[in-house]
Design a protein around this ligand. Structure first.
Ligand code: NAD
Ligand code: MG
Length: 389
């Protein structure tokens, strides 16, 4: 029986993880649940899964959650530090990091420090501070098992292989809802439009990142740190069917891929149960039905976010942290119709030019770069034509 701390339990990944738990009562037990603002769902989940502790990071929601769970033997905490404390408890075996954005860094680092096994969905943690996180994980013997479908695929392809035989990894990208579109079309797209992903149902932020291809850029950086790769070993190809979740090309030219239905419950349950595989009756890939698996190069010119992210990866230091912070700000603004789709890339680029470069950042530098980048990006958002209405 593995005892889980599910951070971000009310989100897309968090709720799917709880479905996996429900389907496997003999394997998993919920020890901690956490969410930021969706107190109604958090309370409902706490009543159902009866964890030892619940953390609602948004302090304004604390009283409501506390009162609702008063009659139950559930400890209720609030704040970022409380979350970092509970993930270190002896009663926690696996921490599922499913918080969105930079906000997930602190608790992930705490869990890594305590040597916990991490099932990591929160890719921004590795984008911001991958070098630091992976180094600490090696020191503390904390296994980080990716939940992101591409990285889960690569992880599965590498099982039983010698890491020195990797020539490159090839991340597949669905291309998102605007595959094949050009700037003259993208200039007018709105958030409601960008939120309609063809293959996956996800949280709002990652849905926009998928539409701009920033998601794939973040995933390149995530892959670099997870698998200890050089920049030139990380490649991307568009594969609209999302059946091949990614590939590894080895030094003998052989390529391994992992395939499956586009369903996040698969990589979630793989990360939670690793090295076991849990049988289930989810829909299978039908190769007779899915007779066409196609590939095409990415359009770096139109989807500039991917090019900018790649550049940040190559630049290293605090550049990916700045990229991430700027992106979080502009995506938030885009979701509120305050900036245009193409403007997001301009603003990220300008933020990257504005924040000073730090080649070997420490944790404090990442925190400061994140704050500084957010301030610049917010200024650029304010100056946007759309923000003025
Ligand atoms: P979501 O927006 O649906 O859920 C986010 C969760 O994080 C919620 O439970 C929310 O309460 C919590 N949260 C938000 N802000 C917080 C804060 N400041 N402090 C503490 N908790 C906070 O997001 P999601 O789609 O589930 O994505 C979660 C992470 O997983 C992201 O990093 C995303 O990139 C990654 N991921 C998601 C998918 C997917 O299919 N949704 C796939 C791969 C990777
Ligand atoms: Mg992914």
């Amino acid at each position: 029986m593995k005892r889980l701390a599910i951070l971000g339990s009310t989100g897309s990944i968090g709720t799917q993880a709880l479905e996996v738990v429900t389907a496997n009562p003999g394997l998993f037990q919920v020890e901690v649940l956490s969410a930021h603002s969706n107190s109604t769902l958090l309370i409902e989940q706490a009543k159902k899964f009866k964890p030892n502790a619940v953390v609602v990071t948004n302090e304004a929601k604390y009283r409501e959650v506390k009162d609702a769970l008063l009659m139950l033997p559930i400890k209720v905490f609030t704040g970022e530090q409380a979350l970092a404390d509970v993930v270190q408890w002896d009663t926690v075996d696996i921490v599922l990091g499913a918080i969105v954005g930079f906000a997930g860094l602190h608790s992930t680092l705490a869990a890594v420090s305590a040597g916990k096994r991490i099932a990591l969905a929160n890719k921004e943690t590795l984008v911001v501070a991958g070098e630091l996180v992976m180094k600490l994980a090696a020191e503390k013997n904390s296994a980080i098992i990716p939940v992101d479908s591409e990285h889960s695929a690569i992880f599965q392809c590498l099982t039983g292989e010698d890491a020195n035989t990797i020539e490159k990894v090839i991340l597949t990208a669905s291309g998102g809802p605007f595959l094949g579109r050009k700037p003259n079309y993208l200039v007018n797209v709105k958030a409601s439009h960008a939120l309609q992903h063809p293959n996956w149902t996800m949280g709002a932020k990652i849905s926009i990142d998928s539409a701009t291809l920033m998601n794939k850029g973040l995933e390149m950086i995530e892959a670099k740190w997870l698998f200890d790769l050089r920049n030139e070993q990380v490649d991307v190809v568009v594969h609209p069917q999302s059946v091949i979740h990614s590939m590894v090309q080895f030094t003998d030219g052989s390529v391994k891929s992992q395939m499956g239905q586009p369903d996040m419950k698969l990589p979630i349950q793989y990360a939670l149960a690793y090295p076991k595989r849990i049988p289930n009756n989810y829909k299978r890939v039908d190769f007779k039905e899915n007779s066409k698996l196609t590939f095409e190069p990415v359009d770096y010119k139109t989807f500039r976010n991917l090019a900018i992210a790649k550049e940040a990866m190559i630049r290293g230091g605090n550049a990916p942290c700045v990229l991430n912070a700027a992106n979080e700000v502009v995506v938030h603004a885009f979701l509120q119709n305050k900036v245009g789709f193409l403007e997001m890339s301009d603003m990220i680029e300008k933020t990257m030019e504005s924040v000073s470069f730090i080649e070997h950042p420490e944790l404090e530098d990442y925190r400061n770069s994140d704050t500084e980048a957010r301030e610049y990006a917010a200024e650029f958002v304010k100056k946007s034509q759309l923000s003025m209405y």
